[in-house]
Design a protein around this ligand. Sequence first.
Ligand SMILES: [Zn+2]
Length: 342
Amino acid sequence: MAIPDVRLVRSGIRRRVRAYRPRGGILMYHRVIDTAVDPWGVCVSPEKFGEQMQVLAESRGAVGIDGFAGGGRAYRTSGRRLAVTFDDGYADNVAVALPILERHEIPATVFVIGNAVGRTREFWWDALDRAVLAPAVLPGELEINLGADRRRFTIGDGSDMRAGDGRWRADIDQPVTDRQRLFFELWNAIVVLDPDEQNQAADELLAWSGQPGSVPPIMIDGDEFAALAGHPLITIGSHTLDHLSLTDLSPQRQRAQIHDGHRRIEELAGRRVTCMSFPFGRFDDSSVGAVRELGVDMACTSVPEAATATDDRHRLPRLQALDIGGDEFARWLRDDHRLLRT
Ligand SMILES: [Zn+2]
């Protein structure tokens, strides 16, 4: 007989206890766009996003995120309550998602990176997707500056470097091909660099893989931010200044990233902002402490659970919505999370 892992038993009990608490769901989106390469599952096609919002509209359960703050209005009202959130501040949130939200009258929160607004270059993770996962063929060797380190990667004879692993999910699947291993190693090396070093690495990678060094801006500009901030369905939240990995920073730098990012978004919005979310879903006691100090009503993680009435409002779990159609989305909410009736 196998001895059950005590952590599994505990998490099983925790799950069952949580399952009977009043609950709601905070949904996490990033981009609404058709794409062939999406290693983190953060893009939902416009068509499927429309179907998902139709499901929420029919459930009559869509609420603004303020329902999940301290008082817990979201949990007290009858029926399951669901809030839509977007992270980062991509321009497609305005051009593509907003008209769909308007059509179904679904409120949403957009957590915007302070230095994303008006940014003309991609963030490094989008450049990395484009440089390493998109090309049909890559050179067999890479030499690159990653911060202070000069690193060399050998990728083999290129036989497994063909396209066709576009469906590979970096957060679920083990890296199997050289390309996937390279992607993983680079991602983990770049995520801990400073913003300037991240940009430098992105430039080198794009040049190496033969991809254009720049693309039309994909983050929101000042006008698009203003359109969101002034929209009756939209709540603006902050998402730190530079989207660094908070758990790899000193408590002082974490605090600066969280507070400076929040102030920047408040300045742009011209009013108090009351919620934030943690980049990459990474947080620890120091980051939560810095968020409490900020005095926001709530902060969202990426812990994939429904939110329950007794959750700490400064670490509210969120469910990542995937690129699935309306029927599958409804089943996922209802069967996996008990967040939809019937
Ligand atoms: Zn983010």
